[in-house]
Design a protein around this ligand. Structure first.
Ligand SMILES: NC(=O)c1ccc[n+]([C@@H]2O[C@H](COP(=O)([O-])OP(=O)(O)OC[C@H]3O[C@@H](n4cnc5c(N)ncnc54)[C@H](OP(=O)(O)O)[C@@H]3O)[C@@H](O)[C@H]2O)c1
Length: 329
């Protein structure tokens, strides 16, 4: 049984704890928050009033109350907190995006190299969905002619941004913006399904705060192109499509996929299976199994993909002129 400590007390952490405990491989044992009242209320709300509470990160890392940490803090803190966790001998599950800059990626890679027993996974939950795997099989077995993947959701924090507030996810300080928040899902999908492109170019629509509100990322492969469209300032109802000659695989979304249809042939039946109630159970189960069986091959395969994703995201972001304070660390 993994003893789980958490950083970040918003709803996503509650959802991860519920998923982790549903697998029966984890139990919540430690909560870190900047505020003791928040930590206590979070522990109580998540049915674990008995857990160890921390407001000091150094004491949290030094504690033996937990062996595995789930990190769901603002984006720019993920990399440094993951490095601290590795150095403290913890297993790490870090929310997307795992890092916010080249130096954070290097520091994380170096920490992992110095601690070869450490387990780190980026919580790219869609990679573990059966429907995502079905699309992967299609993309890897067919000759691909191109794709358009769309993920645009009106952010629950955008009204606050428009009202003059500074929600973390719309700031450069916390490495926010469309590419970092939602683009990461489609970049993962593209690299998992089609591999690393030869060339990539990002055209963002910028907000006054210095982050991208939305954007189009074009990926060039040897024989085809892939267009990724994502954003946080409007809502899109477009499907995503993967083209293979005269046939098109039509998905209702590039993550949390609930519909997959192959159009352009005689049979356009629904291919998708049902979605899990909690979309984080599969990843939690995968991470626990890899840790329990010391499956370093699975760990390294997932990290290699994560590294490709972040190298691409960092390079297209910087080429598009989007600068984060984390770039200067
Ligand atoms: N996988 C998914 O489906 C999914 C969904 C949503 C979000 N996420 C990821 O989860 C992470 C957290 O997202 P969120 O929307 O919950 O972020 P958030 O509300 O900005 O912050 C998350 C937590 O970090 C702490 N925090 C807030 N501001 C901080 C600051 N200025 N300095 C240090 N800590 C601060 C807070 O915990 P305390 O007050 O207790 O310290 C807060 O609960 C993001 O990286 C996001 O990408 C993933």
């Amino acid at each position: 049984m993994l003893k789980l400590g958490i950083i970040g007390t918003n709803w996503i952490t509650g959802q991860f704890i519920a998923a982790a405990e549903e697998t029966q491989q984890y139990t919540l044992t430690a909560v870190y928050s900047r505020h003791e009242d928040t930590a206590r209320k979070f522990a109580e709300d998540n049915h674990h009033p008995e857990v160890a509470l921390f407001t000091d990160l150094n004491k949290f890392w030094a504690s033996s109350a937990f062996d595995t940490v789930y990190i769901a803090s603002p984006n720019s803190l993920h990399g440094p907190q993951a490095v601290a966790a590795i150095k403290a001998g913890k297993n790490v599950i870090v929310e997307k995006p795992m890092v916010a800059s080249t130096s954070q990626l290097h520091q994380l890679t170096d920490a992992l190299a110095a601690h070869p027993d450490a387990f780190l996974f980026e919580a790219a939950r869609h990679l573990y969905e059966p429907n995502f795997a079905m699309v992967r099989d299609f993309a890897r077995q067919r000759e691909i002619s191109g794709a358009t993947l769309v993920y645009m959701k009106y952010s629950s924090r955008y009204d606050a941004y428009l009202a003059g507030k500074e929600p973390n996810v719309f700031t450069t300080r916390f490495a926010g913006g469309a590419l970092m928040d939602l683009g990461v899902y489609v970049v993962y999908a593209a690299l998992d399904w089609f591999g690393v492109p030869q060339h990539a170019q990002y055209v963002p629509s910028m907000l006054a705060s210095g982050v991208d509100g939305s954007g189009c990322l074009h990926l060039d492969y040897a024989d085809f192109g892939v267009n990724l469209i994502f954003g946080k300032t409007t809502q899109s109802y477009l499907p995503s499509e993967i083209y293979s000659g005269k046939q098109t695989l039509v998905l209702d979304a590039p993550e949390s996929i609930t519909s997959i249809k192959l159009r352009g042939g005689a049979d356009d039946r629904e291919l998708a299976g049902p979605q899990d109630d909690n979309p984080m159970v599969r990843e939690a189960s995968f991470f626990a199994k890899a840790i329990a069986t010391n499956d370093t091959q699975a760990r390294d395969k997932q990290f290699a993909l994560a590294k490709q994703v972040h190298e691409l995201m960092i390079s297209v972001r910087m080429a598009a002129g989007i600068h984060f304070p984390a770039d200067d660390e």
